[in-house]
Design a protein around this ligand. Sequence first.
Ligand code: ZN
Length: 185
Amino acid sequence: MRFCLKNGDAMEFKELTVEELTLGYIQSPQEESCTCIFCGEVYEEGIVYRSRGRTVTAERAVKEHIFDRHGGVFHGLLDLDKQVNGLSEIQKDVLTGMYLEKDNKQICEEMGISAATVRSHKFNLQKSKREAKILLALLEQIENETIVKQRKKTEQEALSIEELLVKKDFSGNTLHPFFTQYNLK
Ligand SMILES: [Zn+2]
């Protein structure tokens, strides 16, 4: 299976987009199947699945599977190996508190740390989020073929226009009407 993460095979996980990570499953390009990113289970479109005692579509089935088998996308992602999600135990606890809509007071009491520490962890998580978004956008400029192609086209166009202007300048230096009529008499 491609996404057998619990077995330490995280090689394919890095290829997933933010949207797929957020959903917890991958839709194939022609939308003929949904694959759970946590265990690789495939749900084929057009097949009727039985989930929670009733018949459901592939997409519904994979959503319910993620919830029932992995505790939902949040826990699925949180429980990934530290090598994959990069989260410390404290960060996981703070995130879980936020996920369960607990306030800072509740979180700090349960974790046995000060409210200031909880606030600081929350601040750092938001800071990481902002930085991660910038890094994503930066890497898109390097890795996204469409963006790279578009950039090269724009650069090429700019160069062509510059060349054209330089040519005009040269012709102006030798035979500009202003100089011939007024200055060179
Ligand atoms: Zn699964």
